[in-house]
Design a protein around this ligand. Sequence first.
Ligand code: ARG
Length: 456
Amino acid sequence: MDKMWAGRFEKASDKLADDFNSSIHFDKKMYKQDIKGSMEHAAMLCRAGILSPEELGDITSGLAAILHDLDTGELAFDMNAEDIHMFVEAELTRRIGDAGKKLHTARSRNDQVALDLRLYMRDEALEVVALLKKLTRATLELAKKNTETIMPGYTHLQRAQPITFAHHLLAYCMMFLRDVTRVLDAVLRMNYSPLGSCALAGTTYPTDRDSVAEALGFDGITMNSIDGVSDRDYVVELEAAFATVMMHLSRFSEEIILWSSWEFKFVELDDAYTTGSSIMPQKKNPDMAELVRGKCGRVYGDLVATLTMLKGLPLAYNKDMQEDKEAVFDSVETVKACLEIFIPMIETMKPIPENMYAAAKRGFINATDLADYLTKRGIPFRSAYKTVGTIVGKCVKEGKTLDEVTLDEYRSYSDVFGEDLYDEISLETCIRKRISRGSTGYESVKEQIAYVEEQL
Ligand code: ARG
């Protein structure tokens, strides 16, 4: 088949060059968006008197038939077409003849691809948002069942202070809620139609860009035609938002992997979301969580690939920009796949409160509260801190916990210690007495649950 630009050329391109240049094997993913955009473009050309109503009718029904046939698989993509845009236009012309050749009036593939990508990413971004909300909901439900489940909170992966499992899970809910706003925020800035920017300088035809933008659900049009076809900052922003989602998922994965080890055994993952070993009969491995953690790097890579691809490009369009698609498709598909597996994994994950409690009992995580006990009885915090440090040091040597130290011994360090100290440093009291907003205290956790519910 002759190239569209055969007129200008004296010989055909090399087969190797064609293959290297072609993007249909990946940009075919945007066929729905491409056809939708073309339909609205044609409708506008008709309103502007550039196409007759008959031509528009042929184009619209031709495109609808192509869409149908691609959906059902009756029509296969022609891998010899350079890209999805060329393929649809050529197929339309093959089917309806001359009217098909008029579709590309007042348009270029440069604004066409920018449009398709925005439409595609808007659809996908909203799907990611829906999945993020579902994951937030699953995490919240688990939190609601574990408001009384006490576990050690960590810093440096060393037991630090008692918290509830609900409080820990709610931390992730807050991250996911922000992820939702990050994605939506990027969509807000992206939601302007570049169509009608044409190759780079606009067009001499009396087009109406705004009406096309409105029909396609955009908030307006891009105001500079060079910018419209040149920038891919919306790709970068969404990839960055997805990289952040993956970073959060990866941290959560890491904890789930630790928690399901025999060293912790704070949770048991459902059989359906774990795997066995080909050799070790006892194994139950958290592969899903590990894969999510592993895939995080790919999504970071997609972001860096796009940023690097863009950094030296002169305005306006350059073919380098065709490289944006595989990166962003990978980013979208990876984040969606990870969220899709994470949701049921969280929904079926069983906490083991006894083990969390047992871990919380050891490790002196109530030492801060013991220091606070002294402080509230007139001892300056630094002195109290030192006294408790000395007691902890002795306990470590003797293999004791703080509630195993006798009152007599406590009083040998300070005479403000009284019988009530044991209740004051019980794990339940440590939680109950955390009264600051946002803390692990029962009231605060209730407030956090209500907050997440409301945001959802
Ligand atoms: N396949 C191209 C891309 O993805 C479409 C735009 C091509 N424009 C051009 N002037 N070669 O970027």
